[in-house]
Ligand binder design. Structure first.
Ligand SMILES: Cc1ncc(COP(=O)(O)O)c(C=O)c1O
Length: 408
């Protein structure tokens, strides 16, 4: 019998089973109210518009091109829409500054491949998006904690990276409505990270799939835009902006993008050529048509619905959570991050929650590269209606209260 373990590359043995993938299976259990999946509500997808777009493409002269191989950079029409969209975010750029990826997840993998050698260091927010940890882990790196609210000293990071035998290659963060906390960085924090990256001479990865899901408060300038302001434009910037259509229009079509200096994009194009040649042209063409006509009105409509759900979850938490429990109050996105009393463990709680309270969430340890954060959990409000949210949080609050009492 083949002994696979001796054949696997070392990086493959660093891959951890994803608790989140397991949890997503709970979405199919009708008796469980799930606050686990960080996904858009499928009832809100613009299916009619996509149906029309696919029909127009396949029924017309575009069909041959749409079913053929495409250029690795991505469809010109879709990149043109992205160029305009980035312009609205304060980033002046051209087609050669955009690479279309199969979701922003593919972008993160390519970024790992481009920058990371064994024993290099990436600075990440703590907690951070599990998918980024998984993508970067494959390149045998070390993670260091990035704390945007603290005074950051480049020399400490440099010394530790050197001790580990590599260099600091990038700071990875989600400045808008982060997964898992839902929190955003203010202008000062964004500038502080950019200045630290300047001192470290490293790149900044601005992962922004939730950027358009703002429910209140004023938008804060994108980090790539701030970088361009300071350094005289995108060609001199050190920031790679990862965008996505997954949370706004459809995750199933797997469409995202990287916007960065053309020198970096041309390297990433080579990686994409080696990986999958191109993202499906038909999907890109359909997305371009739907984004051109529906992006604004669709996100306005879905944001109003998600805002009500967020408000319902915040109100329910206020009403049902016991003293000693705290949570974030995000201005957008899909997540609320809960901190339980220190002595509770969210993974233990999850088992009982699914069996008795019939409520699912994601234990927070999954988002800490060092396995800490046992008393934290992530709630997603995107897929349950306001009635289900009240019901689910009431049951979860009762379970947490019981657990706290039983330990006193
Ligand atoms: C912070 C963050 N980045 C990237 C992704 C990947 O998104 P996609 O590949 O669907 O664009 C997700 C998905 O949940 C996410 O939360």
């Amino acid at each position: 019998m083949t002994t696979w373990d001796s054949l696997y590359a070392r990086r493959a043995t660093r891959m951890r089973a994803s608790e989140i993938r397991e949890l997503l299976k709970l979405l199919d259990r009708p008796d469980v109210i799930s606050f686990a999946g960080g996904i858009p509500d499928p009832a809100l997808f613009p299916a009619r518009e996509f149906k029309q777009a696919y029909s127009d493409i396949l029924g017309g002269p575009e069909a041959e091109r749409a079913l053929q191989y495409g250029i690795s950079e991505g469809s010109i029409r879709l990149r043109q829409w992205i160029v305009e969209h980035m312009g609205e975010l304060g980033v002046s750029c051209n087609l050669e500054n955009i690479l279309i990826t199969s979701g922003s997840q593919q972008g993160l993998d390519y970024i790992g491949k481009l920058f990371l050698s064994e024993d290099d260091t990436a600075l990440v927010q703590w907690p951070t998006y599990l998918g980024a940890v998984q993508a970067f882990n494959a390149y045998e790196l070390h993670f260091e904690r990035l704390e945007p609210r603290a005074n950051l000293d480049a020399s400490d990071y440099l010394a530790r990276a050197e001790e580990k035998g590599g260099a600091v290659k990038f700071a990875y963060l989600s400045p808008d409505f982060a997964n898992p906390t839902g929190l955003s960085l203010d202008l000062e924090e964004r500038k502080r990270i950019l200045s630290l990256a300047g001192d470290l001479a490293c790149a900044v990865i601005e992962d922004a799939p939730y950027q358009s899901l703002r429910y209140d408060g004023e938008p804060v300038r994108a980090m790539l835009a701030l970088d361009c302001d300071c350094n005289g434009g995108i060609e001199n910037s050190r920031t790679l902006y990862c965008g996505s259509f997954s949370k706004s229009l459809s995750p199933g079509l797997r469409l995202g993008w990287i916007c960065a200096a053309s020198e970096v994009i041309s390297r990433l194009v080579l990686i994409k050529q080696a990986s999958d040649l191109n993202t499906p042209v038909l999907n890109q063409e359909a997305m371009a048509r739907v984004a051109e006509t529906k992006f604004e009105s669709h996100t306005a409509r879905t944001n109003a619905i998600y805002r009500d759900r967020r408000d319902a979850m915040l109100a329910a938490l206020e009403k049902h959570m016991p003293a000693g429990t705290s949570w974030t109050r995000p201005e957008g996105g899909m997540f609320i991050w809960v901190e339980l009393p220190e002595e509770l463990d969210a993974s233990d709680l999850l088992e009982r929650s699914v069996e008795t309270a019939k409520v699912a969430f994601v234990p927070g340890r999954a988002f800490h590269p060092d396995g800490s954060g046992g008393n934290t959990l992530r709630l997603s409000f995107s897929c349950a209606d306001t009635g289900k949210i009240e019901q689910g949080i009431s049951r979860l609050g009762a379970l947490i209260s019981e657990t706290v009492m039983s330990r006193q």
